[in-house]
Design a protein around this ligand. Structure first.
Ligand code: MG
Length: 173
């Protein structure tokens, strides 16, 4: 059985992942509004991935006979000054999520909850990727500074990002 403390912490993480999803959906809409279709696509894929993160934790709690409790999702910003602002907020936010995942991991270790530690391993790796991809895009945007042709090229590349089901959900199917 999951401890009450562990279950509450996992439920809080579900809410954080849903908030992330909502943030990236908002960024996708802001990008679409600026005619940046590729960037809108990139954030739309991110939106789906964050919902998957929540679903992975939901499935896990259920598989342990726990109770999932959904809380209200806080409002997100709707306006950003520039594309780089969006990605800087993305990186800052993902760093925060990384520390939340690490705190969850620490709690699982403290409670000798090996199953939860194992489940969280996937998230530890995923956060390395999340931070890396945001950083890579920030680097590209810095490289072009405010060059419109450069932004157009980056946007084209972002249009090619496709969604794939993450492995914890793919194997559950
Ligand atoms: Mg996430």
């Amino acid at each position: 059985m999951l401890s009450v403390k562990m279950q509450d912490a996992l439920n809080a993480q579900i809410n954080a992942e849903m908030w992330s999803a909502y943030l990236y959906l908002s960024m996708s809409m802001a990008a679409a509004d600026k005619g940046l279709k590729g960037m809108a696509n990139w954030f739309a894929v991110q939106f789906k991935e964050e919902q998957d993160h929540a679903q992975i934790i939901i499935n896990y709690i259920l598989s342990r006979g726990g109770r999932v409790k959904l809380a209200a999702i806080d409002a997100v910003e709707t306006e950003w000054d520039s594309p780089i602002d969006m990605f800087e907020q993305t990186l800052t936010h993902e760093r925060k999520v990384t520390s939340m995942i690490h705190n969850l991991y620490n709690l699982a270790v403290e409670e000798r909850d090996h199953a939860t530690s194992n489940m969280l391993n996937w998230f530890v790796d995923e956060q390395v990727e999340e931070e890396d991809s945001a950083r890579e895009i920030i680097d590209q945007l810095r490289l072009i500074e405010c060059n419109k042709l450069g932004l157009y090229m980056i946007d084209k590349e972002m249009a090619t990002r496709t969604y794939t089901t993450p492995s914890p959900l793919a194997t559950a199917e």
